[in-house]
Ligand binder design. Structure first.
Ligand SMILES: Cc1cc2nc3c(=O)[nH]c(=O)nc-3n(C[C@H](O)[C@H](O)[C@H](O)COP(=O)(O)OP(=O)(O)OC[C@H]3O[C@@H](n4cnc5c(N)ncnc54)[C@H](O)[C@@H]3O)c2cc1C
Length: 538
């Protein structure tokens, strides 16, 4: 991945033609503004403070080639891929970059690296794909003189499928596309497609309790995991491969979501499904977000959902339509049809079905009947297919917006259905109030995208003209939204995890005693406290 953004050099996704006008009209952004990243030579890294004996031992254990201290590798491991991360790295600030990057190839080598770092007081930051959006991979020294990134990239060989049980044992360093390609060769799929799929890893998904875009159908990663192997400074946690167990509190679940603060997840056994032979993506329209939420709730509680279920609120729908607009005759006819049905200014929903042909058609029939009864109007396959084609485009577009001096950030939560719309309004209001108060009125939009029988997630995207102090502007917005989430009864994170950015709100989630329990586990597994300091635990 390029050091200042998303994707590889030479691959970008241009903004749609309508975007420049929209940014000017809605945000007051100056279309002439360009804020490119600084040249690589201007990126600032800290001096290498890794004790000489530690470096020598790491090299002796992993081989010289697998302990990197060059600037390119250190910068690539300095930050994750949140908006503030990108603001800082584009301005040349890699001052938190690791002293070295270690690339072990086996769980035994991971154990050896942890032992060396514990002996020499070096912080260790597990690094999967580096797509954290909560500050999870940025090295925080927290009193340690040096920090290394432990990159799982070489631990990406094993994909061992048990066709009978429909499980697969996967190495933690496998990137999404490679994991899925190897599973497809065996005729199965994990069905886990976060928007960061192209650059995130199996271990990262588990460490952050990730949810893919099709989580309603396939399940979140924590619902798909059967067993994990986690190497900690105190030894190996190897949990049993079993479909279910009543053997006390789940050690596996202590590891899942542990964000690298307890140890390094080296492999996992995950549930898979036969690869789908049929896929149907389609669009629906609702007169309002409230109507769409009710229809989605009824659908989910009736046990008849698609695999991907997304409902955009009015603002997200308006922006999606405006950016996708071609002005064609069929589009104008489509808009007139929606107006006649009272859906002008309404909400777009995308449903995606995957599976066997018969199952897909059966579920489509059942959901269609429920959505129609809830006021939904089918708008055909084109919006669904357009969404599917561009499902990984957002981070590329974000780079384009950053180039134009636009604040573009996302945050997410979840709550019960009875509270969903109140929380939606509260978080939206908090973002609008704080940013408007700073003189940069934002565009705030949201969608529901992961359904549960008791509730759903809310995923907010907000855009504004970037202030001179872009980090302070983002921090003010993030704080206001997080306070609104906590006060409004939402979880501080539905799938982005805690990292550094959400730490101060963990107590509101787990309670002080809950945090003490987690701390006690960390002290037992990581007595020297070297594992990813400054993350997860406040
Ligand atoms: C554009 C974009 C879209 C995103 N979309 C989604 C989405 O749809 N759903 C979603 O859930 N998340 C999403 N994310 C967030 C992020 O991609 C996920 O948190 C992902 O699971 C991180 O995987 P990774 O391999 O990149 O982990 P990293 O970013 O490398 O690490 C994340 C955290 O896990 C720890 N860690 C990583 N690997 C291991 C390991 N093997 N053992 C122990 N700890 C480890 C790290 O220390 C860090 O604390 C998105 C991020 C971006 C930038």
């Amino acid at each position: 991945m390029r050091w200042w953004g998303w994707g590889e050099d030479g691959h970008s996704v241009p903004l749609p033609p309508a975007a420049e006008g929209l940014l000017r009209d809605e945000l007051g952004a100056d279309p002439g503004v360009r804020k490119p990243p600084v040249p690589f030579e201007q990126v600032r890294l800290p001096d290498i403070a890794l004790p000489g004996p530690a470096l020598e031992k790491l090299k002796a254990t992993l081989g010289d080639d697998h302990v990197r201290v060059d600037n390119e590798t250190r910068v690539a491991h300095a930050v994750g891929r949140s908006y503030p991360d990108l603001i800082r790295i584009r301005s040349g600030d890699a001052t938190a970059g690791p002293d070295a990057v270690a690339l072990p190839a086996t769980a035994d080598q991971v154990a050896a690296v942890l032992a060396i770092c514990a002996e020499h007081g070096v912080a260790v930051v597990p690094f999967g794909g580096g797509t954290s959006v909560v500050g999870g991979v940025e090295p925080v020294r927290d009193g340690f003189p040096a920090a290394i990134s432990l990159d799982l990239g070489r631990m990406a060989a094993t994909v061992d499928v048990d066709r009978t049980s429909l499980t697969a044992r996967l190495d933690a360093g496998l990137l999404g596309p490679e994991a899925e390609r190897r599973l497809r060769e065996e005729g199965v799929t994990l069905g886990h497609f976060p928007q960061s799929f192209e650059y995130s890893t199996v271990g990262g998904w588990l460490a952050t309790r990730s949810a893919g875009q099709a989580s309603t159908g396939y399940g979140r990663i924590d619902e798909l995991v059967e067993a994990v192997r986690c190497v900690t400074p105190a030894g190996v946690l190897d949990t049993k491969v079993t479909p279910a167990s009543a053997a006390g509190p789940s050690v596996r679940d202590l590891v899942v979501g542990s964000e690298g603060v307890l140890g390094v997840i080296c492999e996992a056994t995950l549930c898979v499904r036969p690869a789908p032979t049929a896929r149907r993506y389609e669009g629906w329209s609702f007169a309002s977000f409230a109507e769409g939420c009710d229809a989605f709730r009824v659908m989910k509680q009736a046990g008849a959902t698609a695999d991907v279920n997304r409902l955009s609120d009015e603002d997200e729908t308006r922006l999606t339509m405006a950016l996708g607009s071609t002005g064609s005759t069929s589009e104008k006819l489509g808009k007139r049809y929606l107006r006649m049905r009272g859906h002008e200014g309404g909400c777009l929903a995308i449903l995606g079905f995957e599976g066997e042909e018969e199952d897909v058609e059966d579920r489509r029939r059942r959901t269609a009947a429920l959505l129609r009864a809830g006021g939904g109007v089918s708008i055909g396959h084109r919006p669904g297919e357009a969404w599917e084609r561009s499902r990984y485009a957002a981070p590329y577009l974000r780079d384009e917006l950053l180039d134009r001096g636009v604040l573009v950030a996302t945050l997410e939560t979840a709550t019960n259905w009875s509270n969903l719309r109140t929380l939606h309004a509260a978080v939206g209001d908090a973002l609008r109030t704080v940013l408007s108060g700073r003189g940069t009125p934002p565009l705030v939009m949201c969608h529901v995208s992961h359904l549960y029988s008791s509730g759903a997630s809310l995923y907010f995207t907000f855009l504004a003209r970037q202030e001179d102090d872009a980090l302070e502007q983002w921090r003010a917005a993030k704080t206001a939204a997080s306070e609104a989430i906590v006060a409004g009864g939402g979880t501080i994170t539905h799938h982005h995890a805690i990292g550094r950015d959400h730490r101060q709100w963990l107590a509101a989630e787990s309670g002080p005693l809950g945090i003490e329990v987690l701390r006690a586990a960390k002290e037992r597994l990581d007595p020297a406290g070297i594992m990813n300091p400054g993350k997860l635990l406040p």
